[in-house]
Design a protein around this ligand. Structure first.
Ligand code: DP6
Length: 322
């Protein structure tokens, strides 16, 4: 009873920040993302009556404590869905991106784990059912199940909160160049951060502004209007960080290198190189540009003081068995 799956991480253009239900990872808003071709997790799951407990290896290192618990809880959910007695499992995961690169692995990790474990238990699930299960493990993981450009409809309940593909990966050749400016672990995990969102006085107005931004970004997608798209995603990342910074306690994920790079990207635009930034719960900067500008932007990033490395991603398909 074993199976192996691969799943991409994803970058959100409209972010998920705040939960209505922390047990089920039901979000306070819809979000939109792109799957990343060079940030993937491969996971193999084996269930056996020979095992006395769950075991989890990530990048060749055995994991215990919280990391193992989250994996075990996800296996419980999947076995429950299969209506099978829960056997213990061996889970081996490898990330394609460098450890400590600051790229969140929970989305690709839980998407790959869900697809592999479901298959190992001979559960035949639809994309929607897999997305729901992945969401229960980690919210953003539901967006790593469908292909390409993806929308997570917040829904009203467990059954209606899942992600769907808006466009296949080849629809628009947009790069996400991830500039690593800091390899340290983040000060607070996103799971902890989500809980603080409602303490920000800006949270309610963010939730009011988001539906309009989502309508506009969907229009920008359908017209492939990169300028409109870029302006929305930059403003949206700043909106999420404004909520983070003004929550109690305040979360400031940026380092001085982050800010220097944000300023530089705006300057490059003035000079005619069209690129925009977005930033998750950490200091590293995702630079979004069209294919025609990717080489130029990458060169600029690689010589920018404070940038350690750059990971170049294109849109890619969602989680699948291998
Ligand atoms: C800032 O999906 O990591 O990356 O549901 O608690 O596992 P949990 O949180 P997680 O949150 C991701 C937050 C974000 C924005 C985003 O990806 O939409």
């Amino acid at each position: 009873m074993n199976a192996k799956a691969i799943a991409p991480a994803n970058i959100a253009f409209i972010k998920y920040w705040g939960k209505r239900d922390a047990q089920l990872n039901l979000p306070t808003n819809d979000s939109i993302s792109m799957n990343l071709s060079n940030a993937r997790t491969v996971t193999e799951v084996e269930f056996s009556t020979d095992f006395r407990r769950d075991k989890f290896w990530l990048n060749g290192k055995k994991r215990d404590g919280n990391e193992l618990e989250k994996v075990s809880r996800q296996l419980d959910r999947i076995a429950e869905q299969a209506g099978k007695k829960r056997l213990f499992a061996k889970v081996e995961s490898e990330n394609s991106f460098p450890t400590g690169s600051g790229i969140a692995s929970s989305a690709s990790g839980f998407a790959a784990l869900t697809v592999a474990a479901a298959s190992a238990l001979q559960l035949e699930l639809t994309e929607q059912e897999l997305s729901i299960l992945a969401r229960q493990g980690s919210g953003s993981a539901c967006r790593s199940i469908p292909d390409g450009f993806v929308k997570w409809n917040q829904g009203e309940s467990d059954e209606s909160s899942f992600a769907v593909s808006l466009f296949p990966p080849e629809y628009w050749l947009i790069h996400d160049l991830i500039a690593i400016v800091d390899e340290n672990r983040k000060q607070m995990t996103s799971s902890e951060g989500h809980e603080l969102a409602p303490t920000s006085p800006l949270f309610a107005s963010r939730l009011e502004y988001l539906p309009g931004a989502i309508g506009e970004i969907e229009r920008a997608f359908s017209q492939k209007d990169f300028t409109c798209f870029g302006e929305i995603i930059e403003a949206e990342a700043l909106s999420m960080h404004a909520v983070m910074m003004t929550s109690q306690p305040s979360l400031l994920y940026w380092s001085s290198n982050t800010v220097a790079l944000m300023q530089a990207i705006r300057q490059w635009r003035k000079e005619g190189v069209e690129a925009y930034f977005t930033i998750d719960a950490g200091p590293n900067v995702h630079i979004i540009c069209e294919d025609k500008n990717a080489v130029t932007v990458k060169e600029k990033l690689l010589t920018f003081p404070g940038v350690g490395s750059v990971l170049d991603n294109l849109p890619t398909e969602g989680a699948k068995l291998i």
